[in-house]
Design a protein around this ligand. Structure first.
Ligand SMILES: CCCCC/C=C\C/C=C\C/C=C\C/C=C\CCCC(=O)SCCNC(=O)CCNC(=O)[C@H](O)C(C)(C)COP(=O)(O)OP(=O)(O)OC[C@H]1O[C@@H](n2cnc3c(N)ncnc32)[C@H](O)[C@@H]1OP(=O)(O)O
Length: 260
């Protein structure tokens, strides 16, 4: 166990060294550093939570649960199978697809004591993962294809996301587009923030719908990562929403008030 922790921390240090212009250990406590590096690892190299060096594992909210409709489960199973390794001549070979884990706090302690009160710090939760009732709001899972620089999210819109009667709120759809395009941009470019999001709502999305959110890299220019996005029915016969998004790479210090 001790060896595993040491190896994990060593790997985290390597990741830390890869972040340009920022000395994480000067900004953060040891524990915070560990949590942040784990978040970055989840966003970028995404494997599983095997690098988590602490005794309690965070809950992965993108696992199937009893609120998932048969349609959600079927599409999830389809993409999950794409993540399975193939066996060729007795050797296991992994394809380009990975399922990303999803936690309810991205950087658990990072801003603590700097801007936020301890109370807010302790209670803060990721917007899309902050309702305990399963199936009430955002049920989703993201699969990323690192070779094609694209991802697909399977999203089931819960009953608390109502906007127009019986239909999903445009802000909830925007939230999911920001989340999915941002996840892809973070995976491809490291720490980023949304600078611009353009959304065309093409047809209303009934509450309870299961939809696919396809995102792909359009281009990268210096610190800018441009992503395109389409939201459709699972058989892709109906287009609900289209979007483009711009993410700007930031130094970790950006979130702490200094522009590194
Ligand atoms: C730090 C670690 C983070 C790691 C995360 C880890 C784990 C996450 C895990 C799970 C999370 C799960 C899901 C989350 C996924 C996504 C989350 C969504 C993210 C957000 O939801 S985040 C909230 C909304 N977001 C903001 O709150 C940003 C406020 N804003 C700013 O913080 C600055 O504004 C900033 C940083 C954007 C830029 O500021 P800056 O000073 O660094 O850079 P600057 O202004 O020089 O721009 C550089 C180049 O971008 C061009 N440019 C800039 N803005 C533009 C615009 N609007 N339109 C067109 N071009 C633009 C310039 O024209 C220049 O272009 P050029 O290089 O060609 O000159």
């Amino acid at each position: 166990m001790l060896g595993q922790i040491v190896r994990s921390l060593g790997r985290m240090q390597q990741l830390s060294n890869g972040l340009k212009g920022v000395r994480l250990h000067q900004l953060l406590s040891k524990e915070t550093h560990g949590h942040l590096q784990t978040s970055l690892e989840n966003t970028r190299a995404i494997s599983t939570v095997s690098l988590w060096p602490f005794s309690s594992q965070p809950r992965d909210f993108s696992q199937p649960n009893s609120s998932w409709s048969p349609e959600m489960r079927k599409v999830y199973d389809h993409y999950n199978t794409l993540c399975d390794p193939d066996t060729e001549n007795g050797e296991e070979k992994r394809g380009p697809w990975r399922k990303l884990p999803s936690y309810n706090r991205s950087i658990k302690y990072a801003a603590g004591g700097i801007h936020l009160s301890k109370l807010i710090q302790a209670k803060a939760r990721l917007f899309t993962r902050n309702v305990k009732e399963q199936g009430a709001t955002f049920e989703y899972v993201v699969f990323v294809n690192k070779e094609e620089k694209r991802c697909v999210c399977v999203f089931q819109a819960g009953h608390l996301l109502e906007g127009a009667p019986g239909h999903v709120h445009g802000g909830a759809i925007a939230t999911m587009i920001d989340t999915v395009t941002g996840t892809l941009a973070g995976f491809l470019s490291g720490p980023i923030m949304t600078a611009n999001l353009n959304i065309d709502y093409r047809s209303p999305m009934p509450l309870g719908s299961v939809v696919l959110i396809h995102s792909a890299l359009d281009r990268k220019e210096r610190r800018k990562t441009y992503i395109t996005c389409k939201v459709s029915s699972t058989d892709e016969s109906k287009l609900y929403t289209e979007a483009t998004a711009l993410f700007v790479s930031i130094g970790v210090g950006h979130l702490f008030g200094s522009r590194n």
